[in-house]
Design a protein around this ligand. Sequence first.
Ligand code: KIV
Length: 267
Amino acid sequence: MNKRKTILDIQKMKHDGEKISVLTAYDYPFAKLLDAAGIDILLVGDTVGVVVNGHDTTLPVTLEEMIYHTRAVVRGASSALVVADLPFLSYQVDLRDARLNAGRLVKEGGAQAVKLEGGVHVAGTIQAIVDMDVPVVGHIGLTPQSIHRMGGYRVQGRREEQARQLLADARAVEKAGAFALVLEGIPAPLASEITASLTIPTIGIGAGLDCDGQVLVLHDILGLCDQFSPKFVKHYADVSTIVTAAATDYIDDVKSGRFPGPEHSFK
Ligand code: KIV
């Protein structure tokens, strides 16, 4: 069994100039495959609500659901660092909730770190969680839990004042003690500037080439999403077509009596 990566290994990768690979995972079989392929970090993202559970946004996802999916991913992964998302309303109301819920993702889910969205306004929350020795990943830019404020999934930081705010957010997240920062949906030059100004690694999604690592949603790269696919997604496989073909063949076999055969039957 490989030794599991730690937050120190991840931070060293920035300093060594080695890019950090991150994918989302929500269940045991995919976690096992991605771990064996050598992924550095598995993110149990609250995108589970959209790509697995069929919601329109990440907002309905509950802490109990995140614990359930995190447990499955942790059972499948022996090398990757497992980071679990704190879902909407599990950390915004008060620090006690935030600490308790972050702790539950570690204690009951088995995650090695948690991720939460926001910048300057959640710095105190990040610090409170880090103070109880739970490592935190920040997440700024296009933050899906703020969809109603943003008025949709829009690139953030195009205007000068927005860009300045994002730089301030990134610095606040680092100062609060986060060990890494996701930059989502921001112009590449701004992501590059933020990455150069931080000592902690940045993980980009729709944030250009210069981040210290990249994250994508597993179902997007496998072609398992029937919804709109953003410009920053690269498709590595068409699993929908494979699954449809397998299911169609099975149905034909059952209807025609070709399955089961004698080799699938007990004597
Ligand atoms: O929930 C998620 O999958 C995420 C990634 C898109 C960064 O936060």
